[in-house]
Write a protein that binds this ligand. Structure first.
Ligand code: AMP
Length: 403
């Protein structure tokens, strides 16, 4: 399919929602031509125009026409690539209010379920559809009420299966099933739940599988549950040219002083600090706060509300630092993350890529800084070997108040 580039007028430098102001500036008649050419209709186009989306991302350009044509897809594409609209556009366009659950989107984490549901609500602002996020860690009763007249369900496998078991949701009207971040879903051990849920969807549905990495396990899941699927591969949203990757080698006792020093020195954006355990995550967040830098911790040990609140504070830049474990931060797309710190070294290169992919998104520059201490070297040298771009070692800076 040939896509005509761009739209008639650009307003890329404006970041305002006020339609009146847009009109005053003569920017109200932007035509999202290229989205139209993908086959999107007025309600969606109107919503995208309001979002000031100028043109489709590569994954949208490839996936939307195929999804609208009813094809099954296997898409190698991670968060930040615009995948939510890539699978969401067809779903929104094909769903009709009040005809049962017509689309089911399975995500590995609660945060991602919330994020996807929130984005779909924005994209469907001009179409009366009810979109419900379903995940554990929050009371089930309210979800049972919400599910009664919902058109689109986005959720995590465990709680969804719980609802299936209670017969508080039925998927016999599902036209489109999305497996979002399928690799993470498998890594997190959800395979049985996912299989069971898929078994309750009609066999003649459309299946769209999105995954940052296309591992053997993912392709085998796809082989079992897709029909004549089209492979859609796009480059990752992280631009390796814009991502500076470095590491320091320090003694264990110097890890926090070094992090503190770097957070003070490099304060141009938001920072995510990855730790490998809940205990260290809490400890680091507390110590960063004690330094006078606003930080929150998120990990699986916190109630959902606390996790969501921390993410929204970080999103709105009320806090500058989010200290997190991998699970809690998977798939989050937060604009303005300029630094990713590996306070603890990731288990493997896949995890490293997931972490550093939180920065250098959408054309922005980013830094990924790993802090190695004793015993980390062997594990990290594997990551260095697997990484296609250079991870440079830096000399320890002079740290105030230290030896
Ligand atoms: P996603 O990969 O779906 O999580 O999207 C990543 C970010 O890009 C989100 O903040 C979206 O709102 C934004 N986005 C998605 N599609 C476009 C587009 N075509 N133009 C500009 N921004 C987009």
């Amino acid at each position: 399919m040939k896509i005509k580039a761009g739209m008639k007028k650009k307003n890329a430098d404006f970041n305002m929602d006020d339609e009146g102001l847009l009109k005053e500036l003569g920017l109200d008649n932007i035509e999202v031509e290229s989205f139209k050419e993908l086959g999107l209709e007025e309600p969606l186009l109107k919503a995208l125009k309001k979002q000031k989306f100028e043109k489709p991302t590569p994954i949208q350009e490839k996936a939307i026409p195929l999804a609208l044509a009813g094809k099954d897809l296997i898409a190698g594409s991670s968060t930040g690539s615009g995948k939510t609209l890539a699978f969401g556009a067809g779903i929104i366009q094909n769903s009709v209010k009040g005809q049962g659950v017509q689309a089911l989107i399975l995500t590995p984490t609660r945060e991602l379920a919330e994020q996807v549901a929130a984005h779909l609500k924005v994209f469907s602002a001009h179409k009366p559809l009810k979109i419900t996020a379903i995940y554990g860690g929050v009371p089930i009763n309210q979800q049972i009420v919400q599910l009664k007249d919902t058109d689109i369900v986005v959720g995590t496998p465990g709680r969804i299966l719980d609802h299936v078991g209670r017969r508080t949701v039925k998927f016999d009207q599902v036209k489109t099933l999305v497996l979002d971040e399928a690799d993470t879903m498998l890594d997190m051990g959800f395979i049985q739940d996912v299989e069971e849920i898929i078994g309750t969807c009609p066999a003649d549905r459309q299946t769209l599988l999105f995954s940052a990495t296309l591992t053997k396990a993912v392709t085998s899941l796809a082989a079992r549950h897709t029909k004549k699927a089209v492979n859609v591969l796009t480059k990752t949203a992280v631009d390796p040219q814009k991502l500076i990757q470095t590491y320091y080698q320090v003694s264990k006792s110097m890890k926090f002083p070094l992090l503190a020093h770097l957070l003070k020195q490099e304060e141009d954006g938001l920072a995510m600090v990855f730790c490998n355990s809940r205990r260290i995550t809490d400890l680091v967040a507390r110590n960063v706060n004690n330094m006078g830098i606003k930080a929150n911790a998120i990990h699986g040990g916190f109630p959902q509300k606390q996790r969501s609140d921390a993410i929204s504070r970080f999103n709105s830049k009320k806090i500058r630092v989010l200290v997190c474990t991998d699970v809690a931060a998977r798939g989050l797309d937060i604009a303005g993350v300029s630094h990713v710190y590996n306070y603890d070294i990731p288990a493997d290169s896949k995890q490293y890529i997931h972490r550093v992919g939180r920065t250098a998104r959408a054309g922005k520059e980013g830094k990924a800084i790993s802090i190695l201490s004793a015993n980390d070297h062997e594990q990290f040298s594997k990551i260095i070997k697997d990484n296609s771009t250079k991870i440079a070692r830096l000399q320890l800076p002079e740290i105030e108040g230290c030896c």
